[in-house]
Design a protein around this ligand. Structure first.
Ligand SMILES: Nc1ncnc2c1ncn2[C@@H]1O[C@H](COP(=O)(O)OP(=O)(O)OP(=O)(O)O)[C@@H](O)[C@H]1O
Ligand SMILES: O=C(O)[C@H](O)COP(=O)(O)O
Length: 401
């Protein structure tokens, strides 16, 4: 069911109204407390500016880290308020709590078009418990609700789900709308051929997504640490590479399922191997049948890259989740970088290229190709759950269009 969005609200619906906006400002900080990647803050700007432009009073809420229901000085949203003020070009009113008298009085003093940021909602254990009383308190300072926190939409928490029971209308923000359009669109009504590239460390964390994608896609390309479980399941010796021995049968059954459904499941044919895990390791490129004992595969090799490029060339939609190798170490980043380049070249040819969150986004950003993709998701876990075909509680709770 399509959801109601901020675009459905006019200036007369919003002028002078107090709007509680759930955003996902869970951004990385360095040891000194500086934001190292403000993508999620920038991604929330269109909704905030749309609302302030229509005369609303915007009350932002977010979680930050996992403080386990306790106040944690290192997990305050103060650096976010500062960055947000810079990006918006206006002072963001920072609250030291997310509920209570201080919040009520600051909100009461707000003028139309002003923006306030509540403190980390996870300082209260009630947030993750989706406690109705806590949700009611959060909602009490607002007239209506906008959920723009796609990255947290897979959590049924008080600020993502609970508040919708107390605020009406409850609508999706424009980031949420865009994320759903791309990610749901890609698996529900894709332009074909549809290819999915799945990497990352373990098969176990990607079983759900592989199973769902086998129902939807025409080609499934596998990379990353998980390939060694598939290779071992084929009877190939993989040395010291990462293997989940309890998933060998599953790997076999996924390959059989792909065959049965006519999905081209491609595994790398060559790999970069190392004699240890680290930047100072000795490396070689070998065919997957020739991994010597004592060596481990840490990236896909150049032949595999070529095979993947050929397979992707005619695809109209490509979804990518999970790196092809240990991209954090330069020696093992070439496969991931080559796939990022390949996708960046497909986008201008009319292919919809979607990077499904998490480490693959970090990899694409590292090579400076983020703006060459059709869509880069701001959600890691949320995008994976969506690709697995699960309903996201933060979305399900919003009003229907
Ligand atoms: N061959 C390999 N051997 C061991 N680890 C690998 C290998 N290839 C990739 N990795 C590691 O996998 C990790 C990413 O795996 P993960 O399953 O978390 O991927 P992701 O889905 O992109 O991330 P997220 O969980 O944030 O969505 C990276 O840290 C990378 O170094
Ligand atoms: O970074 C994320 O994936 C989201 O902000 C959700 O955070 P969580 O996994 O701590 O719920």
């Amino acid at each position: 069911m399509p959801k109601k969005t901020v675009a459905n609200l006019s200036a007369s619906d919003l002028s002078g109204k107090r709007v509680l906006v759930r955003a996902d400002f869970n951004v990385p900080l360095d040891d000194a407390g500086n934001i190292t990647d403000d993508t999620r803050i920038r991604a929330a700007l269109p909704t905030i500016q749309d609302l302030t432009g229509k005369g609303a009073k915007v009350i932002l809420s977010s979680h930050f880290g996992r403080p386990k229901g306790q106040v944690n000085e290192k997990m305050r949203l103060t650096p976010v308020a500062k960055r947000l003020s810079e990006l918006l070009g206006q002072e963001v009113i920072k609250c030291d709590d997310c509920i209570g008298d201080e919040v009520a009085s600051k909100v009461q003093g707000m003028e139309n078009g002003q923006v306030a940021l509540l403190e980390n909602v996870r300082f209260y254990a009630e947030e993750e418990k989706n406690d109705p009383e806590f949700a009611k308190k959060l909602a009490s300072v607002a007239d209506l609700y906008v959920n723009d926190a796609f990255g947290t939409a897979h959590r049924a928490h008080a600020s993502t789900e609970g508040v919708t029971h107390y605020l009406s209308p409850s609508v999706a923000g424009s980031l949420m709308e865009k994320e759903l359009q791309y990610l749901k669109g890609a698996i529900e009504e894709p332009q074909r051929p549809l290819a999915a590239i799945i990497g990352g460390s373990k098969v176990s964390s990607k079983i759900g997504v592989i199973e769902t994608l086998l129902e939807k896609c025409d080609k499934l390309l596998l990379g990353g640490g998980m390939i060694f479980t598939f290779l071992k399941a084929r009877g190939i010796s993989v040395g010291n590479s990462l293997v989940e021995d309890d998933k060998l049968e599953l790997a076999k059954s996924l390959e059989a399922k792909a065959k049965e459904r006519g999905v081209a499941m491609l595994l790398p044919t060559d790999v970069v191997i190392a004699d240890k895990f680290g930047a100072d390791a000795n490396t070689q490129i070998v065919s997957v049948e020739n991994i010597p004992d004592g060596w481990m595969g840490l990236d896909i090799g150049p032949d595999s890259v070529k095979t993947f490029q050929d397979a992707l060339a005619d695809c109209k939609t490509v979804i990518w989740n999970g790196p092809m190798g240990v991209f954090e170490i330069d020696k093992f980043a070439k496969g991931t970088e080559a796939i990022a380049h390949t996708l960046s070249e497909l986008t201008p040819k009319g292919t919809t290229t979607i990077i499904g969150g998490g480490d693959s986004v970090a990899a694409v950003e590292k090579v400076g190709l983020a703006d060459k993709m059709s869509h880069i998701s701001t959600g890691g876990g949320a995008s994976l759950e969506l690709l697995e075909g699960k309903e996201l509680p933060g979305v399900a709770a919003l009003d229907e269009a």
